[in-house]
Design a binder for this molecule. Sequence first.
Ligand SMILES: Nc1ncnc2c1ncn2[C@@H]1O[C@H](COP(=O)(O)OP(=O)(O)O)[C@@H](O)[C@H]1O
Ligand SMILES: [Mg+2]
Length: 407
Amino acid sequence: MIVAGVMSGTSADGINVALVRFAGESGRARRPSPHGRSPHANWHSGFTLLGHSEYQFPAAVRRTILEMMNAELARVADLARLNFLLGELYAEAVEKTARKYRVKVDLVGCHGQTLYHQGTPERFLGRKLAVTWQTGEGAVIAARLGVPVVSDFRPADMAAGGTGAPLVPFLDYFAYRDGRIARIAQNIGGIANLTAIPAGASPAQVTAFDTGPGNMVMDAAMEELFHKPFDRDGVVAGSGRVLDGVVAQLLRAKFFREKPPRTAGREEFGREYVSRLLQICHGASKADVVATATALTARSITDAVQRFVLPRFGLRGGATRRVKSGCQMIVSGGGTKNATLMAMLRNEIAPLGIELHFSDEFGLPAEAKEAVAFAVMAHETWHRRPSNVPSATGAKRAAILGKISHA
Ligand SMILES: Nc1ncnc2c1ncn2[C@@H]1O[C@H](COP(=O)(O)OP(=O)(O)O)[C@@H](O)[C@H]1O
Ligand SMILES: [Mg+2]
């Protein structure tokens, strides 16, 4: 079975498509189920990434998506239109990718575009609710492509008491678990999130949470100061000087002290956050502001690892050096293309005894990994198997994720 995974993240930069082939379902699973079911329960007996592609959103579409994430600007009619428009764009992206690799797709797993995510319950009209909203109409994709579509993965986890995020740990566990090496899967998209997998971990020992901003704050600073969507290859940040005092001040914010599980989005690190950052950096050069935003991402990741991950691994900073098997951070997402960010991150984690690796080394190209994850989860859903990781989302139970639209 060939499944197309489709991801468009909070950066709203575009659509990533991954084509994944799953071997036939054998009676015996080679790997344990993440939900600790019987060892004979089916899990796929392996998958192969056949190809992947990335499509930028046209500038007007990106602008509209960003507007629709802003309650003040979003109108209900436009939200409805955007849902159907994205369905068309996702279908086109899958079609182009399938043609490029001469593959016939059997199933689509589409994450959709998050417009709003509030993972922990808040009071609304007398009830405490955790809510989320992904848009991009599955029925449109199914109709255009003539195959079933699994979409809207997050609500089932939230209905089961979870924060609805992160979901990618399901893939991280199977891709990275190692008997001897403790691993941190660090994705740097708009938001940065990690999955911590202790050496020899069982699924229940996997934790995951958002570390804070990924590219979102840097991107917004670039837009504001240079009228560019992002800092290509990290050249601007590389020419600036980090304002250490500002980074330290920003890291004192409540979000960074919150214990996992925790999730973040534009609600935390969007427009308002960036205008505050620009105020704090008042008087600094433009490149210094971008360098400072870049350092914020690198240091908030390191800070989170030191506070919340190393203790779980039974390691303290520095101690990892003495552990022969060691600890690795495996990075993915658009942030890996930012050389300045990668250099900062490598320097920050090295004293903790953590080596930096790229997901590409594990057969998961940095820009395709999340799309692969949604292909894997869609495949599970199609076979009526759960794919949330309750220890990562805080859900009370395993849940079959997503909604199916038939062609
Ligand atoms: N060549 C590059 N140099 C620097 N940053 C890049 C480059 N390519 C992509 N990025 C960054 O990656 C972001 C997109 O990352 P992505 O993983 O798609 O995030 P999301 O999942 O939020 O959509 C862009 O907004 C940009 O900040
Ligand atoms: Mg993206």
